[in-house]
Ligand binder design. Sequence first.
Ligand code: HEC
Length: 148
Amino acid sequence: MRGGWLGPIAVMLTGMVALAWSADSEVLRQRVPIDQIEAARAVTNPLPATTEVIEKGRALFEGKAFCRACHGADGKGLGMDLDYSTFKGPLPRNFTDRMWQQARTDGELFWILKNGSPGTDMAPFIPLVLTEEEAWQVLMYVRSFGGR
Ligand code: HEC
């Protein structure tokens, strides 16, 4: 009766793979609405990827833009001693996730800073907290977590 226990094991393994996949696909799911995605992707970072720009971005991330409070000093998405159980929707993004870094264009990330991620605790930052130039500096720093 070998088939007797192979069946349940196969079902369990399939379930585990499906779970792992759905966690990833939720992170990678496009945030910019479909009718705006083309325009958003066409936007590119006008700043050069110099250490000076990245350093300015880091200062904003840790300072006045308080990204660090939610995204963590290490960019992994679990920052200070926040109560993440009160967050609506997904947790803050882990910026060291290479798959996520590759899935998003700079223009999509800029859209998020302008509009927030609707239905989540990621709020819009432009223009109240960040100018457009500062937003591009911060995004250069966000990209640096991906090893670029
Ligand atoms: C109040 C907590 C909070 C703060 C402060 C915050 N974020 Fe977020 N951020 C989130 C959450 C929650 C998400 C996940 C939203 C989602 O999954 O759509 C997120 C997602 C993101 C994303 C990913 C969106 C995507 O396309 O997957 C980027 C980029 C981002 N934040 C950048 C920033 C930057 C830059 C700052 C500072 C200017 C900042 N965040 C400040 C909570 C925060």
